[in-house]
Design a protein around this ligand. Structure first.
Ligand code: SAM
Length: 199
């Protein structure tokens, strides 16, 4: 089964524990408290669209992409129900160019961390850089190796895994230890990594 088929299958069968139907508080906090001003934004691996819809509600002009056509269909329905305007596109962000660049802000929750090798994560980081304007920002929520041992849940990456992949293309502005917004009693730990494109 290809990666695309695997992700499609998860959306088709509803095996999407990351989909909490609301924006992740880590995104909300960063955008509202730093703050990150409204601009042209790109979300990669947007899933069913809750974060993209929230950004659009904050007046960002949002383009959101996912490898899964079913996820993109669900995201379109969510935006339409919310009465907001977003552009949703099926794209493989490891390889594809997304129309609308350059963007001022890129967001991903669980897309970067889904790649197992340094090479793929570097390739993704380079592609994020290509889509950003000068000094553009990337906020990535990445599953962490910290926290109690667990058998299931998001992929676990170390701070070192992140830095190895992003440092050639990005300055790391902050790397905070947090946890994913989730409904269960022990939300998985994550990294909240804010980066600025290198000149
Ligand atoms: C853990 S899910 C998170 C979805 C969404 N960000 C959320 O928080 O609800 C990871 C998402 O990345 C998408 N994805 C995986 N590989 C991708 C790729 N190469 N290009 C674009 N999206 C990809 C998957 O289809 C999936 O929707």
């Amino acid at each position: 089964m290809s990666d695309k088929e695997r992700w499609e299958e998860r959306y088709r069968t509803g095996n999407t524990p990351w989909d909490i139907g609301r924006p992740d508080f880590n995104l909300v906090d960063m955008v509202t408290k730093r703050p990150i001003p409204a601009c042209k934004a790109l979300e990669i691996g947007c899933g069913a669209g809750s974060n993209a819809v929230w950004l659009a509600r904050q007046n960002f002009q949002v383009t959101a992409t996912d490898l899964s056509a079913l996820a993109i269909q669900k995201a379109g329905e969510e935006a339409s129900d919310a009465g907001v305007d977003c552009t949703f596109l099926v794209a493989d962000f490891l390889n594809d160019e997304v129309p609308g660049a350059p963007f001022g802000f890129v967001f991903d929750r669980g897309c970067f961390h889904s790649f197992d090798s340094d090479e793929e994560r570097k390739q993704l980081a380079e592609n994020v850089g290509r889509h950003l304007e000068k000094d553009g920002l990337w906020l990535s929520l990445v599953g962490s190796t910290d926290g109690p041992p667990r058998e299931v849940g998001p992929p676990q990456r170390s701070a070192r895994d992140i830095v190895i992949a992003v440092e050639p293309y990005f300055e790391v502005l902050s790397l905070d230890s947090s946890y994913f917004d989730a409904d269960g009693p022990e939300p998985p730990r994550n990294w909240v990594c804010l980066m600025r494109k290198r000149h």
